[in-house]
Write a protein that binds this ligand. Structure first.
Ligand code: BGC
Length: 433
């Protein structure tokens, strides 16, 4: 394990925004009108885990929809100055064209409380979930459905604008369609980048806060470094999930393998900052149709939940990735690790914040960092992976800040950290097993 105690002291630029991130479906509970909730009720959901050892429905999640007032106080007590959260479209428009004013009031109250506590709120308008009725129509796969998303944004955005300091139209839309150039993939990618642009221009009519979409920035690398096909497919994975979006946003040119390129002037420059979600590196193995390379397995560190890929930390990837984004300001909208042993979280934080500082030294204009996640939550298919700074008892919904939350609070107070500071929160380095 890395010796974080001897890391050089790190300070961040003045005004750097420190916070944490969550997503509605993962914490609120009872998100019954969403497609995710519906899918979780189907027998098919358990086909890879018939004994239901890992997979579970979201149920009450963290019961945050009920406990949101307490959670605002929790966020404030941990010293967070920023908070990235998402709003559930399926609560606002549970049936097509029917707006739920109670849900609107709920989110307005939550936003207002956060702002009153001096917290800058970044809102994600679509974090993987949407209404079941919209899903049944084919969701974002069809351009005819763009109008529903547009109508939703036109309804919601003006109402919440006074409370929002930063916007994400989508979360991690760059991953959709996976790592292929098969039928339908390019059209979906083209739709998503156009919908992002549509959201961007709509928000700009109402808000002066910066707008982007959160990008899952995976650091791809070849399983066999000298194998030409592993290297070639690594380039392919990087292009289809990363460069496609960067290039489109920078130039307006939509370029995808095995597809005629298109030009869309609305896409060009449709961002005010790069929103980066970074976790680790992924290996590309061209010997598998899925391209999924084997990982290093550690029992205590569960970076990705299903089916329990147990990965390593790779802070260097953050530096390499950010160096590609030196033309707009950057916010890290997610970064974190899932570990039962909270000491890994302190190590992970120290290493990634050091890497972030290095990226800043290399000229990247990083303005803020949102740790994923504020609290343990529903990791899409399972409650087992624990990403939180705050532990949650999923029976009683009791919240308990972990030592990493106290370390992070001190990082925020001091706008940086030193090895000495880490020692105060970490008795000994954990060992990877
Ligand atoms: C997503 C989160 C998720 C996290 C950890 C990100 O891809 O935006 O919703 O919980 O990774 O897997």
């Amino acid at each position: 394990m890395y010796d974080v105690f001897s890391l050089p002291p790190v300070r961040f630029p003045e005004g750097f925004l420190w916070g944490s991130a969550t997503a509605g479906h993962q914490i609120e509970g009872d998100n019954i009108h969403s497609q995710s909730w519906h899918n979780e009720q189907q027998p098919d959901f358990y086909k890879d885990d018939p004994e239901r050892k890992i997979r579970a429905p979201s149920g009450k999640a963290c019961d945050h929809y009920r406990l949101y007032r307490e959670d605002v106080e929790l966020i404030a007590s941990l010293g967070h100055r920023g908070y990235r959260m998402s709003i559930e479209w399926s609560r606002i428009e549970p049936q097509e064209g029917r707006w739920d004013s109670e849900a609107v009031d709920h989110y307005l109250d939550l936003l207002e409380r956060l702002v009153q506590r001096g917290i800058k709120v970044f809102v994600t308008l679509h974090h993987f979930t949407h209404p079941l009725w919209f899903d049944r129509m084919g969701a974002f796969g069809s351009t005819a459905n763009f109008r529903y998303f547009e109508r939703y944004l036109a309804f919601l955005v003006p109402k919440i604008t006074p409370f929002v300091s930063g916007w994400n139209v989508f979360n991690e839309f760059n991953q959709w369609g996976g790592l292929t150039s098969g039928p339908g993939v390019a059209p979906l990618k083209f739709n998503m980048i156009r919908l992002h642009a549509l959201g961007y221009h709509l928000i700009k009519q109402h808000s002066t806060a910066p707008v982007s979409s959160a990008h899952a920035f995976i650091h791809w690398f070849p399983r066999r470094f000298h194998d030409s096909l592993d290297r070639c497919m690594t380039g392919f994975a990087d292009f289809t999930t990363n460069e496609f979006f960067f290039h489109a946003l920078r130039t307006g040119e939509l370029v995808y393998p095995n597809h005629d390129a298109e030009y869309d002037p609305d896409v060009k420059g449709a961002l005010d900052f790069w929103a980066v979600n970074y976790y680790t590196r992924h290996m590309i193995d061209a010997r598998f149709a899925s391209l999924d390379g084997a990982r290093f397995h550690h029992k205590e560190l569960k970076m990705v939940p299903m089916p329990f890929y147990l990965e390593e930390m790779y802070p260097e990837g953050l530096i390499a990735n950010l160096e590609r984004l030196n033309d707009y300001p950057v916010y890290i909208t997610e970064n974190g690790c899932s570990a039962d042993d909270d000491r890994f979280r302190i190590v992970y934080l120290a290493l990634h914040l050091s890497a972030l500082r290095e990226a800043i030294d290399r000229g990247v204009d990083v303005r803020g960092y949102f740790y994923w996640s504020l609290m343990d939550n529903y990791e899409w298919t399972s409650f087992i992976p624990r990403f939180g700074l705050v532990g949650v008892d999923f029976q009683t919904f009791q919240r308990t800040p972990k030592p990493s939350a106290l370390f992070y609070r001190q990082v925020i107070q001091e706008n940086g950290f030193s090895g000495e500071q880490i020692k105060r929160h970490l008795d000994a380095l954990p060992t990877l097993r």
